[in-house]
Design a protein around this ligand. Structure first.
Ligand SMILES: C[C@](O)(CO)[C@H](O)COP(=O)(O)OP(=O)(O)OC[C@H]1O[C@@H](n2ccc(N)nc2=O)[C@H](O)[C@@H]1O
Ligand SMILES: Nc1ncnc2c1ncn2[C@@H]1O[C@H](COP(=O)(O)OP(=O)(O)OP(=O)(O)O)[C@@H](O)[C@H]1O
Length: 283
């Protein structure tokens, strides 16, 4: 069995702004996405007939409902490959956390099978397929630092962000992205990110300006319905974070720390307080 293992990196939102709602109920966004070192490992191998999938956890589906399975099926439909494929996911990214775990697995599956079977799709063609699977999948194929617009399909590669030491803390519950967008009310937004300033900060490698512009407007929804998320933000700041911002639609909060040592100290304390806590950095 020939196998290929592809890292599937989680993403954070350095910024997230919602510009409006479309006819199909999707929202136009403008956000800066960033890959971080926290990752799943997706192994694709030639095996048996058709497509099969499993993982090291019962927390994600082992059938068509898994976004990685759907990615493989879409690629099969697009290219007509006939080989049997098995997908194995080593899950490390928390589920329904706002970190794009399912999207990262789907992206890694597209990249892995394309390479394993020599299908010859270009990165641009993979991004087009990714778009059909979910709004965060195109970025997960690209990785790095990018301005993401439209509903998630318009990508602009940005200068690599400076290394940011992060502590991520997720409460026990998960959050539905669809529900957060459904409840979003632009009239409740009091602070919006200045994406132009954040892009400028990246170009100038100005960490302070970048950190000052980290804002996520979806906090207006999630913090109202889950006060625990606001408490985690406060706790991060009390532990010395320069900034504490919710990831995607939540409920994970990231604390941005001045350096590795400061982040490690906060991580040790938060580990005692929340079920899922990670020390990581931008990549
Ligand atoms: C919150 C973010 O993670 C920020 O990066 C993304 O905007 C969401 O990306 P995602 O989870 O990959 O989104 P999808 O799986 O495509 O969509 C889940 C649901 O979120 C809502 N949705 C998603 C993206 C978007 N731009 N507008 C939306 O309104 C839709 O109701 C959709 O049914
Ligand atoms: N490979 C996968 N990994 C994680 N969740 C998956 C996967 N496939 C399907 N799912 C389902 O998708 C839902 C959302 O999971 P995911 O971890 O991707 O959320 P998320 O990080 O909040 O996503 P996003 O940040 O893109 O909105 C879960 O309820 C889960 O059952």
């Amino acid at each position: 069995m020939t196998g290929l293992t592809v890292p599937a990196y989680a993403k954070i939102n350095l910024t997230l702004d919602v510009l409006g709602k479309r006819e199909d109920n999707y929202h136009e966004v403008s956000m800066i996405l960033q890959s971080i070192n926290l990752r799943d490992l997706v192994t694709v191998s030639r095996s048996g007939k058709g497509i099969t999938i499993d993982s090291n956890t019962a927390a994600i589906p082992a059938d068509y409902d898994n976004l990685a399975y759907r990615a493989a099926l879409l690629l099969k439909e697009r290219t007509g490959f006939t080989e049997g494929i098995h997908i194995y996911i080593e899950k490390n990214i928390p589920v329904a956390a706002g970190l794009g775990g399912g999207s990262a697995d789907a992206a890694a599956t597209l990249i892995g099978i394309n390479y394993l079977l020599g299908l010859g799709l270009t990165p641009g063609e993979l991004i087009c397929l990714g778009k059909q699977l979910g709004a965060d999948v195109p970025f997960c194929i690209l990785g790095g630092t990018a301005l993401v617009e439209g509903i998630g399909e318009k990508l602009t590669i940005l200068p690599k962000a400076p290394t940011l030491w992060l502590v991520l803390a997720k409460p026990e519950f998960g959050v539905s992205t669809a529900e957060v967008y459904r409840r979003f009310d632009k009239n409740k937004v009091t602070e919006r990110p200045d994406n132009a300033a954040a892009v400028e900060a990246l170009a100038r490698e100005d960490m302070e300006l970048l950190v000052a512009n980290m804002v996520n407007v979806l906090e207006t929804v999630t913090l109202e319905h889950y006060p625990e998320v606001a408490r985690i933000k406060d706790r991060m700041l009390s532990l010395g974070a320069m900034r504490a911002v919710m990831c995607g639609s939540g409920p994970t909060v990231m604390g941005v720390f001045g350096g590795q040592k400061e982040a490690e100290q906060a991580y040790v304390l938060l580990k005692e307080e929340y079920p899922e806590v990670f020390l990581t950095r931008t990549r």
